[in-house]
Design a protein around this ligand. Structure first.
Ligand code: PHE
Length: 337
């Protein structure tokens, strides 16, 4: 028994308690042995008593040593600031970027109106970005101050540039597809602008194009009105202001009633009650012809809007640069959005 007790190793409070119960408690082995001791013959009492006391001392010493060792190791992990009994801290597993959230929502709203999703290149030729869209030769957007040009190979006669808007995909799409066309074109665009809280050299646009027989200006208005109500607030109104784009005629700037202050005046709408969200218009017949579509038979409307701008309105973001910095303190705020 002495050997057995000596060999015991205890690693936890549970083991320690088992050890105590087995050897030292009132119903333990030691107590039983001391009971039996009464029946030991007188001449053997001395020798047996000594052995029994050795066993008792060893068991009690072991109990004290193990208790101390366990307390010590618990103290160590507390002193190092680690409490192994606590649940682990939740881990940030990432979140969807706010621009992606807006993009998904816009796609969803237009998908229900029958719009599909088309893609086009970011590195583009002058033809698709400007000429086919009816930009005159001397339009200021064709200047280096406004557009990033890419070095072209000697064999290329057309200038190569980073697209300045998603309208470049309109012509590419109409070249390959015959009407009816109802598509959204989404992606990154580039302009040679100084970076500030309100402008960036890269941003994202959503372009819409609807071409069919008898598409009218009323269709444009109804579509964007429905979009504004779905995207912002069911009471949102829209307002169209005459504008000019080379590739649409007539053209209109689309404003929405300020869904934040509801007309009572705030910083977002600069107390006007309206915020601009898109450019739009009826596709210019020249653009249809440049894409091989008969402008006598078909008409269409197009619109384009900035994803950053809509996202800023939606979430009250005041600085455009936040979208490109990937600061997790910013991104984390959209967890679960
Ligand atoms: N491409 C225009 C812009 O970037 C927006 C637009 C698209 C206007 C389609 C009319 C029709 O400002």
């Amino acid at each position: 028994l002495l050997g057995e007790v000596d060999a015991v190793v205890v690693n936890s409070k549970d083991d320690l308690e088992k050890f105590r119960i087995k050897y030292i408690s009132r119903k333990g082995i030691l107590n039983d042995l001391f009971d039996e001791f009464k029946t030991v013959a007188n001449e053997q009492k001395r020798a047996v008593g000594q052995e029994l006391n050795k066993l008792k001392n060893l068991a009690e010493q072991k109990l004290r040593d193990f208790t101390e060792a366990l307390e010590q190791s618990a103290g160590d992990s507390k002193a190092s600031g680690i409490d192994l009994t606590l649940p682990v801290a939740p881990n940030f597993a990432g979140s969807i970027h706010p621009l992606t959230l807006t993009r998904q929502r816009v796609l969803e709203i237009f998908a229900r109106m029958g719009f599909n999703h088309e893609d086009g290149p970011e590195v583009e030729t002058d033809w698709y970005n400007f000429t086919a869209l009816n930009f005159p030769e001397d339009h200021p957007a064709r200047e280096m101050q406004d557009t990033f040009f890419v070095e072209k190979k000697a064999v290329q006669k057309d200038d190569v540039l980073l697209r300045t808007h998603t309208s470049n995909v309109q012509v590419r799409l109409m070249e390959h597809k015959k009407p009816p066309i109802r598509s959204l074109m989404i992606g990154r665009v580039y302009r040679n602008e100084a970076i500030s809280a309100r402008a960036h050299c890269q941003f994202h646009q959503i372009e819409g194009l609807y071409v069919d027989k008898k598409v009218s200006f009323k269709d444009l208005k109804d579509t964007l009105y429905h979009f504004a109500k779905e995207m912002f607030d069911k009471d949102t109104k829209i307002r169209l202001r005459p504008s000019y784009f080379p590739f649409t005629e007539p053209s209109a700037e689309i404003d929405i009633s300020c869904f934040i202050c509801k007309g009572s005046g705030c910083n977002i709408c600069k107390h006007s009650g309206w915020v601009e969200i898109a450019g739009s218009g009826m596709v210019d017949p020249n653009v249809l012809e440049n894409s091989g579509i008969d402008s006598e038979e078909y008409t269409g409307f197009a619109f384009g809007m900035g994803i950053e701008r809509i996202t800023m309105l939606r979430y009250g973001v005041k600085d455009l640069r936040l979208f490109f910095e990937n600061d997790v303190r910013f991104l984390r705020q959209f967890e679960g959005a």
